[in-house]
Design a protein around this ligand. Structure first.
Ligand SMILES: *[C@@H]1O[C@H](CO)[C@@H](O)[C@H](O)[C@H]1NC(C)=O
Ligand SMILES: *[C@@H]1O[C@H](CO)[C@@H](O)[C@H](O)[C@H]1NC(C)=O
Ligand SMILES: *[C@@H]1O[C@H](CO)[C@@H](O)[C@H](O)[C@H]1NC(C)=O
Length: 402
């Protein structure tokens, strides 16, 4: 829970700083209730007046660092306090996103009081937001998944966990093989043939990274390997495979990496994905319900472009992938039997579950260690029970609703 607090946002911290008597632990439920009430007021003001909010932010940000040390000392809680703080953390995250958005909207500098104006402003904001997301997800790609056509096992190993892939952009024929869920050795095969035949002519190159990965969420994008840095809850590394050095790093906010992304994938805390729109991260959100959070990442600067809370649950999930800006989550009951896609999330709202056919995977009994879409060849690369698999897909144009 402390991680949640520190990670969640400076906002809760500033908030506590503003309304609590100085350095002591808030263990009293009445105090929590009081914080809750004050927070409600703050949320209302947040909606009402961007300018006041901005002033708040600036003022309170000064407190943030000072107070976080104090919060770090509060190690014992009643369970009531824990869940109250959990709730607050969720709401604070929401507020934080709103703040980020407000800061993005540079033009809305006027503090209005009239309800009509507030409403009008809200509508404009919503329209702006919609436009921004549409621009963000405006690639020349308009497909939705209609079925998983075939399965091809290209290689068999004894390792239950791992990932394999080609670069998601460009034309490099190289195949990358990452065995295990915590390691630093990447095998680079010249092409698919040498990978399939395990050919020693030419032998695969062994690349030892300076850091180890955690889980099976790695992707290769424009020559860079992106992975969750082992031993950290939420750090994503951008690794230059040519120079064999860390190029850049980022920290996913919102309590990312605190729990497994998918219930049946026991080592992946942050999953990464690439589709026609670029780079994405998928992680489990805060709280006990474990809904997936989808975040769009700008691969050059490693900035966060946008984040969405999805309705898709982590429970009984084993993997997910993005295709044309839509998240498809693969489920299986207790990790056995048929694997099917029963949750789909489209940030633009064009594709919904009701419009999709029954999407299930052929064969295989065990849970997938990873399933990643490659927008270059438009097929899925998967790892199941030690086998490296390619699934071919059937797609069709999205139906547009106005
Ligand atoms: C940090 O806390 C100290 C007392 O613990 C106080 O004197 C100081 O003004 C605080 N700084 C800020 C920026 O709030
Ligand atoms: C999407 O891109 C096309 C051209 O590629 C452009 O004409 C259109 O205006 C863009 N739409 C948005 C919402 O940015
Ligand atoms: C890392 O992977 C290599 C092969 O890719 C293997 O030889 C080595 O034992 C692995 N290390 C660990 C700690 O699992």
């Amino acid at each position: 829970m402390m991680m949640a607090l520190r990670g969640a946002s400076a906002f809760l911290v500033l908030f506590l700083a503003a309304f609590l008597p100085p350095p002591q632990c808030a263990q009293d439920p009445a105090m929590v209730h009081y914080i809750h009430q004050r927070f409600q007021v703050l949320e209302q003001r947040l909606e009402k007046c961007t300018e006041v909010t901005r002033a708040y932010i600036q003022e309170f940000q000064e407190f943030a660092k000072n107070i976080s040390a104090m919060l770090g000392r509060c190690m014992t809680y009643t369970s009531e306090y824990k869940s109250a703080v959990g709730n607050l953390a969720t709401r604070v995250e929401r507020a934080q996103r709103e703040i980020d958005y407000l800061e993005y909207l540079r033009e809305s500098d006027v503090c209005v009081e009239s309800e009509d104006k507030i409403l009008a402003e809200k509508l404009i904001e919503e329209a702006e937001e919609k436009k921004r997301i549409q621009t963000l997800l405006n690639a020349s790609c308009d497909n939705m998944l209609m079925g998983i056509k075939s399965l091809k096992i290209v290689k068999k190993t004894v390792d239950t966990d791992g990932s394999w892939m080609k670069d998601a952009v460009g034309s490099s024929p190289k195949v990358y093989f990452l065995i295990g869920s915590r390691n630093n050795t990447v095998w680079e095969f010249a092409n698919m043939r040498t990978f399939v035949e395990d050919s020693t002519k030419p032998a695969p190159r062994k690349l030892i990274l300076t850091l180890s990965w955690q889980g099976t969420g790695q992707v290769i994008y424009k020559g860079f390997l992106f992975f969750h840095n082992q031993g950290t809850p939420n750090e994503i590394i951008k690794y230059n495979l040519q120079k064999r050095a860390v190029e850049d790093r980022m920290w996913l906010p919102g309590g990312a990496g605190r729990s497994l992304v998918y219930q049946h994938s026991p080592s992946t805390y942050i999953d990464l994905a690439v589709d026609e729109h670029g780079l994405w991260a998928i992680h489990s959100g805060p709280g006990f319900h474990g809904h997936l959070v989808l975040t769009k990442i700008e691969p050059d600067s490693l900035g966060m472009e946008h984040s969405w809370d999805t309705p898709c649950r982590s429970h009984d999930a084993e993997a997910s992938f993005l295709l044309c800006g839509v998240l498809y989550v693969v489920y299986s009951t207790s990790g056995h039997g048929r694997h099917h896609i029963t949750c789909v999330y489209d940030p633009l709202g064009t594709v919904s579950e009701e419009r999709l056919p029954n999407l299930f995977f052929p064969g295989r009994q065990k849970s997938h260690s990873m399933i990643h879409y490659n927008p270059r060849d438009k097929q899925l690369y998967a790892w199941n029970d030690g086998n490296q698999i390619i699934y071919k897909l059937q797609t069709k144009r999205k139906l547009h609703v106005e």
